[in-house]
Write a protein that binds this ligand. Structure first.
Ligand code: HAM
Length: 434
């Protein structure tokens, strides 16, 4: 087959069998986050570029190297969302949700776009499940948010997902910390990559997220922000640790977590799984107390996290946890002749209304090839309707696996007759052994 083009690099088609699993997973995430009071929000796939520049940060890899940015027909700079937080905060403000009851707890499933080098667990189009809380500065909110993620992992039966936490302080702590960082990195200036040399002037903390190997060596020994916390940030972190312990949530403090986005303040955290290889982080987030005011809103403290759906599915697969996909067709109604086909259509409609997944012929195939098709789609039961069946008002309901049959009415009492025979065939073994 000579296709004129294939799916762009770093993207993939999610085929029906996979989609069934995605839907199951999404519903579970929805249900569990609803238990904690989160309600879903849907925002546009693209936003004005300045939204991400201002929040994610001009000096981040995401903004500098990874955004899909283009001018639309009227010359506005548009960006496909690289993440979900900025859009959610914008939508929350624009629609004045903050004028209602606080805190606001929002959840989302968003496709995201980053021009990264594709590899296992790293895509250019990927999907995030995110939770955001607006309007609480209490460390109880941080603990509750982390607790929601833990509940989700537990409900999925996932093991060995390690929680790492850190605090990166507020602008007050960073005044002294930036001086320390500047001092340190200036000393090793010659070993920094070009991007980090720029970052040294504008935002030295961003150097800590650089992947370049020579910068990495320096980063390992660089001063850590946790040693420069103001009283409030230090207390916040202590309370969070205490609450996590009370909730029996295991964690390790990793003072090297800085996160790849600029908007974080105070708490940051990541969920790490060894099963993911180099892209070990399945989810991450933290507090972003200044983001809402940065985009022109009130001073509303906030926090959240995002889980990569592709990575979550990968871990589930590696841990042998299989998610259910679509159920196969329950009943296939095969037919011959125009009258037979019309009858099949009518019966199919009736039985679907009773909640039974039913298909019938729409290709005008012979009875034999309809039955082959029914086999291929793993239909559990079949009925064949031809001239005789229409004349008699009866047909045979067949269990496609066992070959067992029952005579059923295809007249007025079709549904009740089908249901009775269906139950008998379903419980065939049980009935026989009585
Ligand atoms: P993030 O750490 O950049 O945070 O992304 C969150 C998750 O998205 C990652 O842990 C990972 O599972 C997944 N992810 C990121 N990039 C890719 C990729 N290229 N391919 C596949 N999966 C990927 C955020 O985006 C923040 N908005 C999270 C947050 C919400 N913070 C506060 N609220």
């Amino acid at each position: 087959m000579q296709l004129i083009t294939k799916a762009p690099r770093g993207t993939k088609d999610i085929l029906p069998i996979e989609c069934g699993k995605w839907i199951f997973l999404e519903n579970l995430l929805r249900e569990e986050s609803e238990n904690f009071g989160f309600k879903e929000i849907r925002t546009p796939v693209f936003e004005h570029t300045e939204l991400f520049k201002r929040t994610v940060g001009e000096d981040t890899d995401v903004v500098q190297k990874e955004m899909y940015t283009f001018s639309d027909k009227s010359g506005r700079s548009i960006t496909l969302r690289p993440e979900g937080t900025a859009s959610t905060a914008r939508a929350m403000l624009e629609n004045s949700l903050h004028n209602g009851a606080l805190p606001i707890k929002l959840s989302y499933f968003s496709s995201c776009y980053r021009y990264e080098k594709p590899q296992a667990g790293r895509w250019r189009e990927f999907h995030q499940f995110g939770l955001e809380i607006f309007g609480s500065q209490s460390p109880f909110a941080d603990a509750e948010l982390i607790n929601t993620a833990i509940s989700i992992f537990k409900r999925l039966g996932l093991k060995n997902i390690k929680l790492q936490i850190n605090t990166i302080g507020c602008s007050k702590c960073r005044e002294t910390y930036y001086d320390e960082l500047n001092h340190y990195f200036n000393f090793y200036k010659d070993d920094l990559c070009e991007t980090c040399l720029e970052r040294l002037k504008t935002n030295p903390m961003r150097i800590l997220d650089c992947k370049n190997s020579s910068c990495q060596k320096l980063i390992k020994e660089a001063p850590i922000v946790i040693e420069f916390l103001c009283k409030e940030c230090a207390e916040h972190f202590e309370f969070l640790k205490k609450y996590l312990t009370k909730l029996q949530i295991e964690y390790v403090v990793n003072p090297r977590i800085v996160r790849g986005l600029d908007y974080y303040t105070k708490t940051v955290f990541e969920f790490v799984s060894e099963e993911l290889g180099t892209q070990a982080v399945v989810g991450g987030g933290g507090r972003y107390d200044n983001l809402v005011s940065q985009i022109g809103g009130k001073d509303i403290p906030a926090l959240g996290f995002g889980i990569g759906m592709e990575r979550l599915l990968l871990i589930l697969e590696k841990q042998g946890i299989s998610l259910p996909s679509y159920e196969p067709c329950e009943l296939y109604i095969a037919s011959a002749g125009e009258e037979g086909k019309i009858k099949a259509f009518i019966l199919a409609n009736q039985i679907r209304q009773a909640g039974i997944k039913t298909e019938c012929d729409i290709v005008n195939r012979t009875m034999k090839s309809q039955m082959k098709y029914a086999d291929k789609i793993n239909a559990k039961y079949s009925i064949a309707i031809g001239e005789d069946e229409i004349k008699d008002g009866y047909a045979m309901l067949k269990n496609m696996e066992t070959g067992e049959t029952r005579k059923i009415s295809i007249g007025e009492d079709f549904i009740s007759s089908f249901s009775k025979a269906h139950v008998e065939l379903e419980n065939g073994d049980a009935l026989l052994s009585k």
